[in-house]
Design a protein around this ligand. Structure first.
Ligand SMILES: Nc1nc2c(ncn2[C@@H]2O[C@H](COP(=O)(O)OP(=O)(O)OP(=O)(O)O)[C@@H](O)[C@H]2O)c(=O)[nH]1
Ligand SMILES: [Mg+2]
Ligand SMILES: [Zn+2]
Length: 298
């Protein structure tokens, strides 16, 4: 019996669903014990080889990864669509900026999608301006009023590889994926009226093959708290993860300027002049100080 090559499209409780290169779906595949010993957890997005053992299939090999993230838990991401709502839940620049930095660090292309724009058009416009000025592609949408969907779909049609929708719970990731791709059916939840937050409706990553050449993934929403427990990079890396700072990194008064308010910092000056977005610099400073306080052993 020949080995079967494919991609993990979902996984729960140590059992994985694999889509083979010839289009067959293999459910409830286990992973070889060796992976556990080597502390490797198979992830959606992994390229794998399946072997038949008894009546079942198990994952025998995992291909080399080009990247992997903890949130969302996936491997080999090409494009991360960072989905944030104009309202309900309230948007957080810090949350989106952290995800952008994680993308830059892992060589993933970030794209910003603003949802629920009909609830707060002015906020949507502010977010659009902010990320357009950084140089990122930005889409303003409303699944409710069907705006911005066609433009986003045209962009998706051109985007190959593994594309992931990520963001806080309740921003409307699943709703939007259902709108964009008629053949897929993601579960949609509601917003808790009291706390204006999502209810973690999507429980696991699910990849859907679309247009024959791309995979689109719906992922569980998460919150800022989920971010706090893992390290992404060192504080020395941070300046390189903000594209709008790249032309200025060595132009400050002090060679070792951290761009967090030192005397003679050109970045602070550009923020004052409105040439670098204030919210982006605030996120930079917040992330910088969190990274600075991290102890080696953490
Ligand atoms: N007003 C408004 N509500 C929307 C829009 N898009 C989605 N919603 C609502 O937002 C709620 C949450 O939508 P979901 O698609 O489940 O959100 P999600 O991001 O997938 O959430 P998790 O799976 O928990 O991470 C639902 O009640 C949707 O109807 C929109 O454009 N406008
Ligand atoms: Mg969802
Ligand atoms: Zn500086």
């Amino acid at each position: 019996m020949n080995d079967i090559k494919g991609k993990i499209i979902s996984g729960v409780g140590g059992k994985y669903t694999v889509l083979s290169d010839d289009g067959q779906v293999y459910k409830k595949c286990s992973a070889r014990g060796l992976f556990r010993l080597e502390k490797i957890t198979p992830l959606p997005g992994d390229d794998v080889v399946l072997k038949k053992s008894g009546g079942d299939y198990s994952i025998d090999k995992i291909g080399e990864r080009k990247n992997s993230l903890i949130r969302p838990p996936m491997a080999n991401i090409d494009t991360l669509f960072i989905v944030c709502a104009a309202a309900s839940p309230e948007p957080s620049y810090l949350f989106s900026d952290k995800l952008c930095a994680i993308c830059e660090y892992n060589e993933i292309k970030p794209v910003i999608i603003i949802t629920k724009s009909e609830l707060a058009p002015d906020v949507a416009e502010d977010i659009r301006k902010t990320y357009t000025s950084v140089g990122y592609d930005v889409f303003v949408t409303s699944s409710m009023e069907n705006t911005g969907i066609d433009e986003l779909l045209a962009y998706c049609e051109k985007t190959e590889g593994i594309c992931v929708f990520s963001g806080e719970s309740g921003v409307g990731k699943s709703t939007l994926l259902n709108k964009l791709f008629k053949d897929i059916d993601c579960e949609v939840g509601e917003i808790s009226a009291k706390i204006e937050r999502g209810k973690n409706t999507t429980r696991r990553v699910e990849l859907h093959k679309v247009f024959d050449k791309a995979f689109y993934a719906d992922t569980p929403g998460f919150s800022m708290l989920d971010f706090e427990h893992f390290d992404f990079f060192k504080k020395e890396d941070l300046p390189y993860l903000f594209p709008e700072l790249q032309d200025y990194l060595f132009k400050c008064k002090y060679k070792k300027c951290s761009h967090t308010g030192e005397d003679g910092c050109i970045v602070s000056q550009l923020v004052d002049e409105g040439k670098i977005q204030k919210t982006r610099h605030e996120s930079y400073m917040t992330i910088y100080s969190a990274l600075k306080d991290k102890k080696e052993w953490e």
